[in-house]
Design a protein around this ligand. Structure first.
Ligand code: NAD
Length: 434
């Protein structure tokens, strides 16, 4: 699957190349990850046995700054997957104008099967193994699937032990008490919210007249649902891995969140007959949620959810991708033909990496910002980049995803070419493709 993810991502790069001016050298450089590290991590388990885990760290491109990307703990992590995710990070950082390249890391592990002590030893062992490969000016880590602020705290601490001085800026997404930034936890949802708010008027809509369905009710989808609810949007459906709930008059999202936190299942309250009767909610599957007749569909769960198989049945007018890679390129084509606007992941979910950048800046300056400062800076940056991507899309009559890649590639190409290109050396001038 991950091989096809990278192939899918590369296809989007190819499509965007038709609309931008970038040297052949830059195109060649962007085809391959710059450095890929594979490590073995021996961990002493609680029962005294030794288990060796496979870990990875990939720096895809660092022309625009140090590598930046999360660390994923999952049984399906492979080098291919980590390379694909590092590729996405490269374009996401460039699209948002952050002074970072793209990187990613991961360990092939089912973290739920480990005790907390084993998890700590594994996380510290991972840092021991990659310490020479990372650093505040080289490659900066962050949380991803099944890693969190506690794990980031261990990683920062271990790196500081190795370097024999405190190095908070090597990891973002840390606990606030260890140099984390306020606003980081909600940042992905906040960024998506600002993009939705900024783009809605272009479709002559306002929150009160807009219905929303959200697939995935975790850190990103759950917080976004609540932000939209409080702004007056009608969030008619939400789901998690167990399934979803629907109410045509709009769900009471704060109550769904409270229930989810208490029971870990968004459907739970509605399986109780008395609540079902009072609130009149229906249960629906994830597949049904994707096909609802709503104004906005937000995939906020996993990769490859909107595919060629279900894209013909998508009825939403606008799709805002909060998950990474939720739409396949075959589905993209179908949605485009149906006139559905897809606001791409590298823009919509970039609030997380943007506030990670703010955390890195605060760690390096030693001056910490208020929540208002963080959110204001996030809002102005993400809206500015969303507007640019919208304009590129309109001027070239191209889908928003292609426009986002055009925007990112222009910045990357400019930086790569600034180091010197073949044309520059041979002809004394920069020659562009096209
Ligand atoms: P999370 O683990 O907090 O939540 C994931 C949610 O998806 C959970 O509600 C889970 O039950 C649900 N889910 C899992 N499998 C599902 C399925 N088959 N169908 C429907 N729902 C399913 O994760 P998160 O941090 O909210 O991340 C969600 C997505 O957003 C991921 O693709 C992630 O890469 C992306 N993202 C997150 C951040 C961030 O800062 N949290 C940043 C950028 C991108």
């Amino acid at each position: 699957m991950m091989d096809s993810l990278l192939a899918d991502a590369s296809q989007r790069l190819e499509q965007a190349l038709k609309y931008t001016f970038i040297s052949e050298d830059a195109i060649e450089s962007l085809k391959f990850p710059q450095t890929s590290l594979s490590v073995s991590i021996p961990v002493r388990m609680d029962d005294g046995s030794l288990q060796v885990f496979q870990g990875y760290r990939v720096r895809y491109d660092d022309t625009r700054g140090p590598g930046k990307g999360g660390v994923r703990y999952h049984p399906s992590v492979t080098m291919d997957e980590v390379q694909s995710l590092a590729f996405w990070m490269t374009f996401k950082c460039a699209a948002l104008g952050l002074p970072f390249g793209g990187a990613k890391g991961g360990i092939t592990v089912n973290p739920k099967a480990l005790s907390r002590m084993e998890l700590e030893r594994l996380s510290r062992g991972y840092i021991d193994a990659i310490a020479d490969f990372i650093g505040p000016d080289v490659d900066i880590l962050a949380p991803d699937v099944y890693t969190n602020s506690m794990i980031m705290g261990w990683m920062m601490d271990q790196y500081s032990i190795i370097k024999r001085h405190i190095c908070p800026a090597v990891v973002t997404g840390k606990p606030i008490s260890m140099g984390g930034s306020v606003g980081r936890e909600a940042a992905t949802a906040m960024g998506a919210f600002y993009v939705i708010q900024a783009m809605l008027p272009k479709f002559d809509k306002d929150p009160e007249s807009t219905t929303v369905a959200i697939q995935g009710f975790g850190n990103a989808g759950g917080i976004l649902a609540e932000l939209l609810y409080h702004k007056g949007y009608k969030v008619v459906a939400v789901s998690d891995s167990q399934g979803g709930v629907y109410s045509k008059n709009g769900l009471d999202i704060p109550s769904v969140r409270r229930t989810k936190e208490a029971t870990r299942d968004v459907r739970a309250p509605y399986c109780d007959s008395s609540v079902c009767e009072i609130s009149n909610q229906e249960i629906l599957t994830n597949e049904e949620l994707l096909k609802l007749d709503v104004d906005i569909l937000v995939p906020a769960a996993l990769e490859n959810q909107i595919t060629a198989a279900n894209a013909p049945y998508i009825q939403a007018k606008l799709v805002f991708e909060v998950a990474n890679g939720p739409t396949t390129s075959a589905a993209d084509k179908i949605l485009d033909e149906k006139g559905i606007y897809v606001f791409p992941d590298i823009l919509v979910n970039a609030g997380g990496v943007t506030v990670s950048y703010f955390e890195w800046v605060q760690n390096r300056s030693g001056l910490y910002w208020t929540l208002d400062e963080v959110n204001q800076k996030l809002q102005s940056r993400i809206i500015e980049e969303a507007d640019r991507i919208w304009t590129i899309s309109q001027e070239n009559a191209i889908p928003l995803r292609t426009a986002a890649y055009v925007h990112a590639i222009s910045r990357l190409g400019e930086a790569i070419s600034a180091k010197g290109t073949r044309d520059y050396y041979l002809n004394g001038r920069g020659k562009s493709r096209n």
